[in-house]
Design a protein around this ligand. Structure first.
Ligand code: ZN
Length: 194
């Protein structure tokens, strides 16, 4: 059974309560992804919260980082990259802080998971095996990342659908609903879902 191995990087400028609030969100999302693809591998994650006022956050990378700016602990809007800003489900989102904070966490966890899966598929030097060019499926904000982000937004973030996933069955999840993207068919879900 695979395990999530989280290394916490505490920032003295970030309140402990903020660190743990964001860690809880990130770890729940990561565990959900891992539950769906039990593969026997452990997944490292170096988690941290920074105090960069611009909101600079990052996910993935060669060190399997998820680092979220504490800016998002109070933000009310997330403006997504222009290429996806207007897309349904994964586009820009505004509303209560909980929603917006979870959206940025989902964005970065999706990068982390994308990279983790590539490592599993190709080994530590996966960068030599996949194209990261714009338009390729494994581009940083390409279709595979979008598919993962889509599922996290659907399950945990967007007010219309969150809680409706297989791990929260009390809300009336239907198994026919498209949730958790098939890694190999990551393109299709974006066209099937509204
Ligand atoms: Zn990104």
């Amino acid at each position: 059974m695979s395990e999530l191995i989280v290394t916490h990087k505490y920032n003295r400028n970030v309140r402990h309560s903020v660190h743990t609030r964001i860690a809880d969100i990130v770890i729940e999302m990561a565990n959900t992804l891992m539950d769906y693809w039990p593969c026997g591998e452990d997944y490292p994650m170096r988690f941290g919260v920074n105090s960069n006022a611009s909101g600079y956050s990052t996910g993935g990378g060669s060190n399997y980082v998820v680092n979220i700016s504490d800016h998002w602990a109070t933000a009310k809007k997330l403006t997504e990259y222009a290429s996806i800003a207007k897309k349904p489900v994964i586009g820009s989102i505004s509303g209560d802080n909980e929603t917006v904070l979870k959206a940025i966490c989902a964005h970065e966890v999706a990068h982390w998971w994308h990279h983790s899966r590539l490592r599993e598929e190709f080994g530590a030097r996966w960068g030599r095996h996949v194209s990261r060019k714009r338009g390729s499926v494994d581009a940083p904000h390409g279709s595979r990342w979008q598919a993962i982000y889509h599922d996290l937004r659907y399950m945990f973030v967007n007010p219309e659908t969150r809680g409706s996933n297989p791990w929260h069955q009390d809300i009336g999840y239907e198994s026919d609903d498209l949730l958790i993207t098939d890694w190999l068919e990551s393109k299709s879900i974006l066209t099937v879902l509204p």
